[in-house]
Design a protein around this ligand. Structure first.
Ligand SMILES: CC(=O)N[C@H]1[C@@H](OP(=O)(O)O)O[C@H](CO)[C@@H](O)[C@@H]1O
Ligand SMILES: [Mg+2]
Length: 542
């Protein structure tokens, strides 16, 4: 078959590293960049297949390793509505990446064509972009070879944040429909966000500046562009935006550093009570923080953004007269701080769904509500509006000036909030708009509830796969007896909660614990980590 010949010819340039097994996980493929050539080439083949299967709809390919160190890179696929690749296709990505020889790859490609009933003559369309990592250029070449070999039409969007690529994919596939998402350009993205932000801010001002640490990644230049469209209605100070020194990416800065180290980047020069935010390397995560008057570091993480957004949207629902049509729900994972869960249930009186870790799970659960707010504690999340909610907001006839004002703000938020995926730039503006409406500083935001002290520990065991979690990963079904021991420890601590689960992205088991005091949270985490070590060692035999 002619096209397979081309695929094999190009594939010969990118042999699979021997003895390596790859897996398309929560974040696509991610590893040391020098191992990725064959993987990216094969992801290109899959993107072509996916597009053909979906009648030539455009598929996105993003080359990034997010918050990982500069020497890593990665690749992930974006489905037509700007969502992550449908879960059932992840296995094909894994199979293609692991085909040992060119011959095996060609056979697998043809098998997928046949098994998935893909018509080869359907055109394939792909767009792609990358973050600022030095290795990105080489990987783009691998990708292009796959797209050329499969006769795919493609557009290279250069450097983009991950959510910008998701935005563009959705714009392309909804063009000229009633769901048209926006202008198909990077500029269109800024214009959409800026116009919505201005509407949302009408008559309100933020209290002081917000300093945004861009992790020395692609978010820096993109935030500079966005600011140009905001007409100075908000004071955004941009730091750690040096993309010319790739080795500084995510180094001692960025959302992951701040969240895991529970401290500001050492380079930070802000004063007490100054509002700060940090993005990750591909700008799909954001967290806020500040130093209080005693210079104590205070984190405002994804749980805080979720509670802030949910409370504001619930207020707007009531004020606009649409509370009945706009049922709001919040989606969290087991890592959400117990105090946030309690605040949502008791104070906000909103329903909560707890899902497995990984944004694709949260995203799908959030789609079940009229307005679904989802955030991982690490700052990745967004708010989804259902088609019925959008219709209600667009068509409702307000009965008073107060209803009209609330409705206009709601309308603006439906445009401001990225509907495809968590987006640090969109979330930044969302939080700023809400704080402006409430007239809050970070201090007031922090006062809504008090986080329970918590600890996250990574435990390395010979075989993490023996730890099988159930109940949204809050309990261990395997190894036998482990959960019983964890329960016994948890029972000894006041307000204690703890769970262990195998990481989906690292070769380790993560243990999370929270309790009434810092000492207790640390103690509980250590005890549960010991239980995990004990079970891991016995069966693993080392
Ligand atoms: C505790 C934690 O932060 N886990 C992260 C991490 O998943 P693990 O499966 O825990 O390794 O990476 C995921 C992908 O970036 C992210 O979605 C998730 O929140
Ligand atoms: Mg990221």
């Amino acid at each position: 078959m002619a096209s397979t010949d081309k695929i094999l010819e190009a594939s010969a340039k990118y042999p699979k590293p021997a003895e390596r097994q790859f897996q398309y996980g929560t974040a696509g493929f991610r590893m040391k960049a020098n191992l990725l050539n064959s993987v990216v080439y094969r992801v290109g083949l899959l993107a072509a297949l996916r597009s053909k299967k979906l009648n030539g709809q455009t598929i996105g390919v993003m080359i990034t390793a997010s918050h990982n160190p500069p020497e890593d890179n990665g690749v992930k696929l974006v489905d037509p509505m700007g969502e992550m690749l449908e879960a059932s296709w992840e296995q094909y990505a894994t199979q293609l990446a692991n085909a040992e020889s060119d011959d095996a790859l060609g056979k697998l490609y043809n098998k997928l064509l046949a098994d998935l009933k893909i018509k080869e003559d359907v055109p394939a369309r792909v767009i792609y972009a990358r973050d600022t990592r030095a290795s990105g250029a080489t990987l783009v070449t691998c990708l292009k070879d796959a797209l050329d070999a499969t006769g795919t039409e493609y557009t290279d969007y250069g450097y983009l944040t991950t959510p910008q690529l998701h935005y563009l994919v959705r714009c392309i596939n909804t063009k000229d429909t009633q769901y048209a998402y926006g202008d198909i350009s990077e500029k269109g993205y800024y214009e959409k966000l800026a116009a919505a932000f201005k509407l949302a801010m009408k008559g309100k001002t933020t209290k002081g500046a917000v300093t945004v640490d861009c992790a020395n990644g692609v978010g820096g230049p993109k935030l500079h562009e966005l600011v140009k469209h905001l007409d100075g209605i908000i004071d955004i100070k941009i730091v750690n935006d040096d993309v010319l020194k790739p080795e500084t990416l995510n180094s001692q800065c960025g959302a992951d550093f701040v969240k895991t180290q529970q401290r500001a980047p050492p380079s930070s020069k802000v004063g007490p009570n100054d509002r700060c935010a940090s993005l990750d390397g591909d700008a799909d995560r954001i967290i806020f923080y500040f130093a209080d008057k005693d210079n104590t570091f205070r984190l405002l993480d994804g749980d805080r953004i979720a509670t802030l957004a949910a409370s504001f949207l619930a207020d707007l629902g009531r004020q606009s007269g649409l509370a009945e049509q706009l049922k709001i729900g919040v989606v969290q994972t087991a890592y959400a701080n117990g105090a946030s869960t309690q605040y949502i249930e008791k104070s906000l009186q909103l329903p909560i769904i707890c899902t497995n870790t990984g944004v694709k799970y949260l995203h799908h659960a959030a789609a079940r509500f009229d307005i679904g707010v989802y955030f991982e504690a690490n700052g990745h999340g967004t708010v989804l509006f259902s088609p019925a909610a959008l219709k209600a907001i667009a068509t409702y006839d307000p009965k008073s000036p107060a209803q009209k004002a609330a409705l206009e703000t709601l309308q603006a938020l439906t445009e401001l909030i990225n509907q495809t995926v968590g987006d640090a730039l969109s979330d930044l503006l969302l939080v700023e708009a809400i704080l402006a409406h409430k007239g809050w500083t970070c201090q007031e935001w922090l006062l809504t509830y008090t986080d329970l002290p918590n600890r996250l520990v990574k435990v390395e065991v010979p075989d993490r796969n023996m730890f099988q979690a159930v109940d949204a990963e809050r309990k261990l079904a395997k190894p036998d007896g482990a959960q019983k021991e964890i329960d016994r420890e948890v029972g000894k601590f006041s307000m204690g909660r703890s769970f262990a689960r195998a990481s989906g992205t690292e070769d380790a088991v993560r243990v999370y614990a929270e309790a009434a005091t810092r000492t207790e949270a640390d103690g509980l985490a250590n005890q549960v980590a010991n239980i995990v070590r004990g079970f891991g060692t016995v069966v693993g035999g080392t």
